[in-house]
Design a protein around this ligand. Structure first.
Ligand SMILES: NC(=O)c1ccc[n+]([C@@H]2O[C@H](COP(=O)([O-])OP(=O)(O)OC[C@H]3O[C@@H](n4cnc5c(N)ncnc54)[C@H](OP(=O)(O)O)[C@@H]3O)[C@@H](O)[C@H]2O)c1
Length: 309
């Protein structure tokens, strides 16, 4: 572990703000980009809360971080973003612990899970990346708005949102399942929703933004495609962003405070590679957010009603 020299130099040059005393909560912090974002925060002196669904994995990740940053303050919270009950319990934990949060990075996400559903009965990728993130955001924002200081709230999208489409007649791809299309839709919906609420909440002291990691080799891809991609990743890994470089969007946002609703991510070719910058928000992200919110709240309402019958 430990950060590479180029990362440290980039941080020195581009993140000239104090992270001391800041608390950064990261969902899906035990692996890939979320883990590297946690490491960057520990290196910069922030307190870190790792919100993870698997506490054993979270404890192992925390122990890894503490080996390199023994003075870091790192807490673990339990959160499964695909499960409305877990999200409810997580928000209660925030409230009962009066947990202070300055920056909230919702990074957790999945890629290719054909034939699987969430506990609430939604197709797993849409139910995690979009509906889970939607419900988490709706549940957490009132708590963050009650804090007496500025807060940055970030949802993690993907460049694949650019090829996503929204079709309410088959929102969960029940008819023709295609892993890329489902993933792209889940991230496009998350982008539309996040942009919509960022504008709705413009006058609030909770600033809502988006980040994306470009293309980085992490368990997200290697687990989805099995050994072949795993081996290819070992050979071709250098061609992609490292998870460490992709995680730099978080300190970039904290240091540069880009406008509400903006997307920060790699600035290189197709926004897949390179150091972070503010990317262009496409027109299809700026539209349809209100309709999507109405649709999503009905989906969740129905699921909760069925669950409690
Ligand atoms: N890697 C890329 O090139 C790329 C590109 C575009 C966007 N992204 C996005 O970047 C984010 C991080 O991905 P990654 O590449 O770092 O993948 P990763 O290494 O697989 O990490 C994903 C993290 O999310 C957690 N997670 C998954 N489902 C969860 C749930 N229901 N509740 C709570 N945590 C959950 C995982 O926990 P477990 O360890 O318990 O599974 C893991 O900690 C995702 O939102 C992904 O869609 C990645």
């Amino acid at each position: 572990m430990s950060l590479n020299k180029k990362t440290k130099k980039w941080l020195e040059k581009n993140c000239n703000v104090s992270f001391n005393g800041k608390t950064v909560l990261i969902t899906g912090a035990n692996s890939g980009i979320g883990f590297k974002a946690s490491e960057l925060m520990a290196y910069l002196g922030a307190n870190v809360i790792m919100a993870c669904r698997n506490i054993k994995k979270a404890q192992a990740a925390k122990a890894n971080l503490l080996r390199d940053y023994p003075k870091a303050l790192i807490d673990i919270m339990s959160l499964d973003i695909s499960d409305t009950s877990s999200i409810g319990a997580f928000v209660e934990d925030l409230k009962s612990g009066n947990v202070d949060v300055d920056i909230f990075l919702n990074n957790a996400g999945i890629f290719r899970k054909p034939g699987q559903t969430t506990k609430d009965g939604f197709e797993l990728v849409m139910g995690t990346n979009y509906l889970g993130s939607y419900y988490l955001t709706e549940m957490v924002l009132p708590y963050l708005e009650g804090l007496a200081h500025e807060v940055i709230y970030i949802n993690t999208i993907s460049i694949i949102h650019k090829i996503g489409t929204v079709d309410y007649s088959d929102f969960f791809y029940r008819k023709h399942y295609n892993s890329f299309a489902v993933y792209a839709r889940s991230k496009l919906c998350l982008a539309k929703y996040t942009y919509y609420i960022s504008q709705r909440n413009k006058d609030s002291h909770v600033h809502i933004l988006m980040s994306h990691p470009g293309i980085a080799i992490t368990p997200l891809g290697t687990e989805a495609f099995g050994k072949v991609v795993g081996h290819l990743a070992t050979v071709l890994g250098g061609l992609f962003n490292s998870p460490e470089k992709s995680a730099l969007s978080l300190p970039y946002i904290i240091a540069n405070e880009p406008p509400a609703g903006s997307i920060s991510g790699p600035r290189g070719f197709l926004n897949g590679w390179g150091y972070p910058a503010v990317n262009k928000v496409r027109r299809n992200v700026k539209t349809g957010g209100r309709e999507l919110c109405t649709f999503s709240s009905k989906q969740i309402e129905n699921a909760l009603r069925t669950k409690h019958q």
